[in-house]
Design a protein around this ligand. Structure first.
Ligand code: SF4
Length: 288
């Protein structure tokens, strides 16, 4: 009997995946394999700039671990072997982008709300090792709201051991602005404490998205307060390796949200560098 390898059986099928999607990331100049842990699109934040379409219900409500791992294996093998670039979606990928950059845990909600977060991270890390891709980065994109929960703390530790990186969202300096932008009942203090806790164990990347709200960019006082919060995290022993300053790049949930200009993003980067001494990088937007 001839056994067809798993990736060959499914070589044209990744577009039918439910939990794992390859994405060409111009920013990282490679393929990012996204693992979606919130197929029900539920999030404990309701950010005014969120791009998730929650007006429609998804067909898939729960993560099926066996299927997720099968999809991840197929997608990793397809990408690593280069077969992915024979597919019509990826055939125009420039030569120097034809590399697997990372596995990213993100999705249509907050990935750390997944109940068995540590188990799923461990299973994906095992798989990564098994297919000979130990060097590939695992990136957790998170709002930091659950770091104080034990399964999440354990999951972060597993990421640390498996070339992991944590990108935590922080985009306010005051409780008031935090509530305006992130629209969650979770207190701002909890988010700050969680980021500090995690940053004491390993260096974090901070993702800060600033925008116009009803035509208004964030005020100087808010941005100074944001820098103060970063300084407090560092003063408490937290390590922050990069502050990524973003603005809106795709159509947001709310029509009163609009991107900052490139110059406005640049001036926030300059302010962060000047007031905190931390490394900061600009990511520009496009008109929604
Ligand atoms: S945390 Fe992320 S997924 Fe949740 S509402 Fe905000 S932007 Fe959307």
């Amino acid at each position: 009997m001839i056994v067809t390898p798993l990736h060959a059986q499914h070589s044209r099928r990744f577009e039918e995946n439910r939990f794992v999607y390859p994405v060409l990331s111009r920013r990282s100049e490679g393929i990012s394999v996204g693992v979606y842990l919130n197929p029900d699109k539920v999030c404990n934040f309701d950010c005014i700039y969120c791009q998730v379409d929650r007006t429609t219900q998804s067909e898939t409500r729960f993560v099926e671990l066996a299927q997720l791992l099968e999809e991840l294996e197929i997608t990793l093998r397809l990408t690593a072997s280069g077969e992915l670039f024979e597919h019509p979606h990826f055939k125009d990928t420039p030569q120097h982008f034809r590399r697997l950059n990372d596995i990213a845990f993100s999705g249509d909600g907050e990935p750390t709300t997944y109940r068995n977060f540590d188990e799923i991270i461990a299973a994906c890390a095992d798989l990564k090792r098994r297919v000979g891709l130990s060097d590939v980065k695992m990136v957790l994109i998170t709002n930091a709201s659950m770091f104080h929960r034990l399964p999440v703390e354990r999951g972060l530790a597993i990421l640390d051991q498996n070339n992991g990186e944590i990108w935590a969202k922080l985009e306010a300096g005051t409780e008031e602005y935090f509530k305006l932008v992130d629209r969650t009942p979770i207190p701002f203090r909890q988010i700050l404490d969680n980021i500090t806790l995690a940053a004491k164990v390993r260096p974090l990347v901070i993702q800060a998205l600033f925008m116009r709200v009803n035509g208004q960019p964030p005020g100087e006082a808010e941005l100074v307060a944001f820098c103060d919060r970063l300084n407090e995290i560092v003063a408490a022993g937290g390590k922050l390796k990069l502050i990524q300053v973003y603005t809106v790049a795709r159509r947001p949930a709310e029509s009163f949200v609009a991107p900052l200009s490139d110059a406005e993003v640049d001036s926030i980067v300059a302010l962060v560098e000047q007031r905190t001494g931390l490394a900061a990088k600009a990511y520009y937007g496009t008109a929604p």
